[in-house]
Design a protein around this ligand. Structure first.
Ligand SMILES: C[S@@+](CC[C@H](N)C(=O)[O-])C[C@H]1O[C@@H](n2cnc3c(N)ncnc32)[C@H](O)[C@@H]1O
Ligand code: SF4
Length: 320
């Protein structure tokens, strides 16, 4: 029996709005491949509940945003509560601007599984260059308060994120040193170019079926499905999850067709895959010492505090 299902679902509860303007962003940035004037769209709650019912038995990790800011979603906590009531594993990325007292309390009370806050800098000047606005101090304070208000509870797992680009690469080391003892995990990754490429990929010759095709699905507020997380402007026609259901789209049709093309190494037959090298976010190499478990791929590294490792989602594909 075919009971395949995505391990991770990026669920665009609301798209088209953000309170920052990071130049690198695929949807709000200066080189965004996505139309910047697209309307703000929110996922209807009834359609969302239908997806929750379908997801619940499989317990995928669900990220309540795609390439937008989740804390701007109207009634976000109603959606998040429904996800937790369906026993889904909820892992959120936020820019942290709206991590105010009320929102922190709601996230802590719901025991969201993980929250990554994107900071990308250790100074106000650099932050403004890479995040587009002067909210460095506010965001850092919000993270520190979230950590202290969570205390020793296992959840939520709290992480900070740093995307390396030309303007901030000199702060990477200080960033890691500053946050290493404070958060549970630090994520550092190379910036993706608008062509879906990162520099310095070592395994360019040994390209294989992309891990994402058997791992993740991205669903937009209209129910439309993208091939992967960098198919932000829905170039590949997959179908609609509200109409066909997630499992049907995952196991048949375009997803299967693209998997087959990848198996045959016919990458150029899929427009968005042709020049992409983000498939290299695979083949993790793990290093451990008494304090940290570090996982590295060609595109990312994660530094996990050993004493907080039990809070990592069990389906984390690097720590399994
Ligand atoms: C697209 S954002 C959405 C969630 C939220 N607004 C935020 O900024 O965290 C998710 C993550 O992608 C990162 N990101 C944005 N543009 C990127 C790019 N071109 N390459 C790699 N990561 C990028 C962000 O810094 C953030 O950590
Ligand atoms: S905060 Fe997130 S969604 Fe907003 S512009 Fe930056 S990366 Fe994009």
């Amino acid at each position: 029996m075919d009971n395949r299902f995505p391990n991770k679902i990026l669920l665009g509860l609301q798209e088209g709005d953000c309170n920052l303007s990071c130049p690198k962003c695929y949807t709000h940035g200066e080189n965004a491949p996505t139309d910047k004037n697209r309307p703000v769209e929110t996922m209807p709650f009834e359609s969302f509940l239908k997806l929750c019912n379908e997801m619940a038995p499989f317990r995928p990790r669900v990220t309540p945003q795609t390439w937008d800011e989740p804390l701007l979603t109207p009634n976000l906590f109603r959606y998040l509560k429904a996800m937790k009531d369906h026993h889904l594993v909820v892992t959120m990325d936020t820019n942290g601007v709206l991590l105010n007292r009320n929102n922190r309390k709601a996230l802590l009370d719901l025991k969201i599984d993980s929250i990554f806050v994107s900071i990308d800098a250790t100074t106000r000047e650099t932050y403004e260059k890479v995040r587009g606005k002067d909210t460095f101090k506010l965001v850092c304070e919000n993270v520190e308060k979230l950590i202290s208000e969570r205390g020793e509870s296992e959840l939520p797992r709290i992480g900070v994120s740093f995307v390396i680009e030309e303007e901030n690469s000199h702060e990477e080391e200080d960033f890691v040193a500053y946050w290493k003892n404070k958060v549970d995990v630090i994520r550092v990754n190379k910036v993706f170019s608008p062509l879906r490429r990162v520099e310095g990929v070592k395994h360019e010759e040994s390209r294989d079926t992309c891990w994402s095709l058997n791992d993740s699905m991205m669903i937009h507020p209209t129910g439309k499905v993208s091939l992967c997380c960098v198919d932000t402007h829905e170039e590949v026609e997959i179908g609609n999850a509200f109409e066909s259901g997630i499992a049907q789209l995952w196991r048949h049709g375009k997803f299967e067709e693209v998997r087959q093309l990848h198996e045959n190494k016919e990458f150029s037959k899929v427009s968005i895959c042709e020049n992409c090298n983000l498939w290299s976010n695979d083949l993790p190499v793990k290093e451990s010492d008494d304090e940290y478990v570090t996982v590295r791929t060609d595109t990312h590294y994660y530094i996990n505090r050993r004493d907080r490792i039990n809070s990592a989602p069990k389906t984390n594909r690097y720590l399994k």
